[in-house]
Design a protein around this ligand. Sequence first.
Ligand SMILES: [Zn+2]
Length: 90
Amino acid sequence: MKNTITPDGNKIAGIFCNFFGHHYVVSKKVTEHIKEYKCIHCQKQVTTDERGKLSPLTPKLKEINKTLEDMYHRRNRRRAIGRPERKRVA
Ligand SMILES: [Zn+2]
C-alpha cells in the first residue's frame, strides 16, 4: 500500500478546491522570498515565481528552485564563515 488516496478521493478533493480554493501549506522553503506550496486537499503543488506570484510547480520551475536553493545556502554558508559563531562545549 503505497498510495492511500484513491482516484475518487482525488476527484472529490479537486471539486472541493474548485469551490473553496486550494488550501496551500509551505512544503519547502527555497529562499527568503521563494517557497513551494502544496494543497492539503488535492496535493497540487505551486511555487512563488520571479514576480512573486504563484505558479504551478512544473519540472522546469522545480529545477530553477533547486538552483536558487543551492545558491541561497551557499551564500548563507559563506556569510557564516565570515563571522564564525563560537559555541562553548561543556
Ligand atoms: Zn487543492
